[in-house]
Design a protein around this ligand. Sequence first.
Ligand code: NAD
Ligand SMILES: O=C[C@H](O)CS(=O)(=O)O
Length: 496
Amino acid sequence: MDTKTSPLAQLNDPSLLKTDGLINGQWVAGSSRFDVHDPATGQKLADVANLSPQDAEAAIAAANAAWPAWKTKTAKERSIILRKWYDLLMANQDDLGRIMTAEQGKPFPEAKGEVAYGASFVEWFAEEAKRINGETLPQFDNSRRLLVLKQPIGVCAAITPWNFPLAMITRKVAPALAAGCPVVIKPAELTPLTALAVAELAQRAGIPAGVLNILSADAANSIAIGKVLCASDVVRHISFTGSTEVGRILMAQSAPTVKKMSLELGGNAPFIVFDDADIDSAVEGAFASKYRNAGQTCVCTNRFYVQEGVYDEFVTKFAARVLTAKVGNGFEAGVNQGPLIEEAALVKVQRHVDDAIAKGGQVVAGGKRLSSLGSGQFFEPTVVAGATADMLCAREETFGPFAPVFSFKTEQEAIDAANATEFGLASYFYSRDVGRIFRVSEALEYGMVGINVGILATEHVPFGGVKQSGLGREGSHYGIDDYVEIKYLCLGDIQK
Ligand SMILES: NC(=O)c1ccc[n+]([C@@H]2O[C@H](COP(=O)([O-])OP(=O)(O)OC[C@H]3O[C@@H](n4cnc5c(N)ncnc54)[C@H](O)[C@@H]3O)[C@@H](O)[C@H]2O)c1
Ligand SMILES: O=C[C@H](O)CS(=O)(=O)O
């Protein structure tokens, strides 16, 4: 790390910069290292332990050994430790945000916002830990009593993406720990530093050795570690957030051991503007939904559908709003559009934009890569009007700052277009008509529907998708369900 210019040279607590993996409470250097870079500048930030399948086996064994003591703590004892972890995450919000902006690129205020969002899952499940209730059932025979217990499922594995390097970890780890399960985490190779800092704070909070383990690894070792986690009969649950393609691989690899799986996968969100919508509100919601994290979130709108009567007004106002965006290094004041995470992301966005133009789309804002800015990994926030269903952006997740705007005539046409995808994560629409709001909400084939809003996630709502966007729900009181097993007790001879 170039200590003179690296953003990580300005940490309030430099000891949060961890570069080794964590197994059984020990920082592990691994047999090789891999580099982590700043996507805004291309500068090397650190080299990190490249842990191996053998390290994964060791982490699974450590988690399994730590499980009995962790699950026999009382719910209150686990809750207190989780609350302490939450307090430490928030006390170190600036440093965690700085590490995140350095390795992921999102603007510093947005990164600090993610720290608070991710910490809120720890706060929420510190409380939920005390509400994992069983029940008694009416007996069918008076000599019997019937009970239901909820018990921790066992060793859990978490594999997480780069776009929310903190929140996607805590959204899995917090319910697991609350339920009494130990975890083995494999963070994204592009953003391991945030994950390791979060683990350091977990140790400081009193999470015992072996209960939380972090396997930092490069792309090749991530695949090999994934195979170990999937094949292990000790690992009873895998929670994965990432692409649908990888989700399918993990499901197939886990089939021989019949694991419970929580999958938060790809999206292709529609954003529908009806002619009875508040257009100014729709424009603000559209900007928030499309350009958060430079378009690199699973719930970012991928397709805008605008009813004919308000199409020109929406496109004009939306383009004007997009042109106010400021692109640059996430540490620069006023920047709200950071870099894309890697070269492949730029190539995909350019391919979608070029394809849309080639098929008749008209660029009304942005449209090109900013190759001379910093690392060259920046793309102008872009809006294309005249989008059509034959374009790549209609069926592929762009995962970048490109907004294609389609038009439609009737309500049913909009619903059919919105549902014409194998994905079903988030969806959005703007309308002031109460009948339409219920008709469209009930007809959209998505796990989540934003109505007159562009951002809908928070810790106490069930986050997740249908169809090929995933299985299960994260956050909310539903979020604990994947980390417990339900056991039925039938107690006889009560009359003796
Ligand atoms: N539904 C959600 O909540 C959600 C949230 C964030 C991202 N995503 C999706 O994730 C994708 C972008 O994130 P990404 O590029 O990190 O996804 P990705 O699937 O490429 O990688 C996600 C994680 O899986 C690991 N991985 C990749 N291949 C693997 C394999 N064969 N075995 C084991 N691990 C493997 C990676 O190292 C990383 O840690 C987008 O499709 C986005 O929609 C979904
Ligand atoms: O993209 C990943 C996140 O799940 C998006 S959100 O912050 O939870 O809405």
